[in-house]
Design a protein around this ligand. Structure first.
Ligand code: NAP
Length: 248
């Protein structure tokens, strides 16, 4: 049963792969992004060239008004939203906790945690049987960092992903009775541009030997798990935290 999915941060990296796989499953896809419109439009084009349906929509997930407008626009252009992938997430420059200021902490909490809550809220209002909906699917993007803590790199980021794990567990129990399945995927070391945005473009090369499989994962390998959670194949999976981390 494919429907309409919003993938936050769908313009690049893991999110872009999720958009392509969801479209191949038959979902009409909203490719959300925040600044790189060209990258989002390229994902839309790839989906359309493959015979699928997609739109791009720019909105910072931490902007409450913008999130509300995005859901309204998607409903008008693609139809009833049946699935949400809370994938948008940021890291900030590598830092110890004793160097972090309130501005940095507010920003990472706003995007990684508040953004996921705001998008989930709008999705629940449309999907929950309590609100007259027909159910739906939410997939949250956590991280192995939630288990590992990311010392000397970004403990703040790891803590936001710990919050996403708890959010997933609580929400799955809250809206499970209302027809919504809520799960999370926890990627490990994945080759995307996120490492460069932390000021550490060589991070994958340096840490790949810490992974039992002795390599980084690809965005496509993470997207496969998300696509499964978005499918009927995962119809009895709720409240799961699925590690896609090469055994680390
Ligand atoms: P990425 O390559 O840096 O891509 C980030 C995506 O998020 C881009 O599409 C970006 O849009 C979008 N974005 C950033 N801030 C946003 C905001 N405020 N509102 C809306 N969209 C926003 O990241 P990635 O590596 O694919 O990571 C995706 C998710 O997986 C994140 O939640 C990350 O924490 C998680 N994860 C990644 C790894 C890894 O090793 N890569 C490991 C574990 C977990 P623009 O193109 O407009 O900038």
């Amino acid at each position: 049963m494919a429907g309409v999915v919003i993938v936050t941060g769908g313009s690049r990296g893991i999110g872009a792969q999720v958009c392509r796989l969801a479209a191949a499953q038959g979902y009409a896809v909203c490719v959300n992004y925040t600044s790189k419109r060209d990258a989002a439009l390229e994902v839309v084009k790839q989906i359309e060239d493959a015979g699928g349906q997609a739109i791009a929509h720019g909105c910072d997930v931490s902007d409450e008004t913008g999130v509300k407008s995005m859901f309204r626009l998607v409903e008008n252009e693609l139809g009833k939203v049946t699935a949400l992938v809370n994938n948008a997430g940021i890291v900030q420059p590598i830092s110890r906790v004793d160097e972090m200021d309130a501005e940095r902490l507010s920003r990472i909490l706003a995007v990684n945690v508040t953004g996921s809550f705001l998008c989930a809220r709008e999705a629940i209002k449309r999907m929950s049987t309590k609100h007259g909906g027909e159910g739906g699917i939410i997939v949250n993007m956590s991280s192995a960092a939630a288990r590992l803590g990311s010392p000397n790199e970004f403990v703040d980021y790891a803590a936001t992903k710990g919050a996403i794990d708890t959010f997933t567990l609580g929400l799955s129990r809250e809206v499970g009775p209302e027809g919504i399945r809520v799960n999370a995927v926890r990627p490990g070391l994945i080759e995307t541009e996120i490492h460069a945005s932390a000021g550490d473009a060589d991070r994958v090369e340096r840490f790949k030997d810490n992974v039992p499989m002795k390599r980084a994962g690809s965005a496509a390998e993470v997207a496969e798990a998300v696509a499964w959670l978005l499918s009927d194949g995962a119809s009895y999976v709720n409240g799961a935290l699925i590690d896609v981390a090469g055994g680390r």
